[in-house]
Design a protein around this ligand. Structure first.
Ligand code: TYM
Length: 324
């Protein structure tokens, strides 16, 4: 039997290079090999987005972005998290066997508290249980994500193990699928992971001027002031991205940088062009897709029907095993 892959993304901002390389691009590629379930995690986004119009808009935009990048609804089950109420029902059941301490140790929660987040909500605290529910409801084998989500998948696995040992075999044990080459894409500051919350993103569908501005703002090797200064590519984030986008030319880029024959500005321009070319078709497709929003709704509704069938089977099993 084909393995089942599942992953989700929050509609809480514009997709950036970290989302694209760490998740969206691998998601598209995996469609050729596995049975894939991908969804827009709008329930998770509710923990940060409090604007009705914005949430609805960003959900639709993310659906368009994903389809433009190549999600094939004929092959893949593509849906909105909130269309599957079984998942939220399962979240409650799983929360009754999830130790409080396990959630207190979750990085995202610890970071929020460390950053002094005011009035943290119960929703933010049980965020990993909802994520476990997403993963376990569809009996997923593999969960392709960036490294920042690894711990959440371990939590899902722990919850599945506890449930299975308490109530008998019910859930498959999921495994993360993380590509080492793109597990954490650093932001334009070259220090933190690329993330909207750090304001250090390169947004993949920003217009050409904005996109170029974001790439040109990337911090490079601080030892290079003039073009002729000797470069240290191993500490340069632009070089790290070149390794991903321009691998066939990487030896030449590295040599020229070390010899002070390739300036940072020139290097960034080249990177910009390559990414732009890679995303050209997706940009064009986005314009087409936006003209037919009924199609987007239809795809998500069809996906929700298929996803719901699987989630319902799992929930029925859970109810039988727990005596509900
Ligand atoms: P989210 O929306 O924050 O991110 C979506 C995906 O992008 C990856 N990512 C990165 N990868 C590499 N470098 C970066 N700088 C970077 N920034 C983001 C994330 O690892 C993720 O794969 N909780 C999840 C959504 C979710 C989910 C799930 C995922 C909800 N339920 C079930 C998998 C399975 C989230 O907030 O991702």
């Amino acid at each position: 039997m084909q393995k089942r892959v599942l992953s989700g993304m929050q509609p809480s901002g514009k997709p950036h290079l970290g989302n694209y390389l760490g998740a969206m691009k691998p998601h598209i590629e995996l469609q050729n090999e596995f049975e894939c379930f991908y969804f827009i995690a709008n329930y998770h986004a509710l923990t940060t987005v409090r604007d009705q119009k914005k949430l609805a808009e960003m959900t639709q935009e993310l659906a368009i972005d994903y389809l433009a990048l190549g999600i094939d609804p004929k092959k893949t089950v593509f849906f909105k998290q909130s269309d599957i109420p079984e998942v939220t029902e399962l979240t409650w059941i799983l929360s009754t066997i999830t130790p409080f301490g396990l959630l207190e140790r979750a990085h995202a929660w610890k970071d929020a508290i460390a950053k002094g987040k005011k009035n943290p909500t119960a929703g933010l605290f049980i965020y990993p249980v909802l994520m476990a529910s997403d993963i376990l409801a569809y009996q997923s084998d593999l969960v392709p994500v960036g490294k920042d989500q690894k711990q959440h998948i371990e939590i899902a696995r722990d919850i599945a193990l506890t449930f299975n040992s308490t109530y008998g075999e019910t859930f498959k044990l999921p495994q993360d699928l993380i590509d080492k080459n793109v597990e954490t894409i650093l932001g334009t500051d070259g220090v933190h992971k690329m993330s909207k919350s750090y304001g250090n993103t390169v947004d993949i569908f920003a217009d050409e001027a904005e996109f170029s501005k974001q790439v040109m703002s990337m911090v490079t090797d601080p030892a290079r002031i003039k073009r002729t200064d000797i470069g240290h590519p191993e500490i340069c984030n632009v070089f790290a991205l070149q390794k991903i986008f321009n691998l066939p030319k990487i030896k030449e880029i590295e040599r020229k940088c070390r010899e002070g024959k390739l300036g940072c500005v020139e290097n960034k321009k080249f990177l910009c062009e390559t990414i732009f070319t890679e995303l050209k078709n997706a940009r064009e497709k986005r314009i087409e897709l936006r003209k037919n929003l009924d199609y987007i709704d239809k795809v998500l509704n069809t996906g929700a029907k298929k996803a719901r069938k699987v989630a319902t089977e799992t929930l029925d099993r859970v109810k039988r095993h727990t005596g509900l």
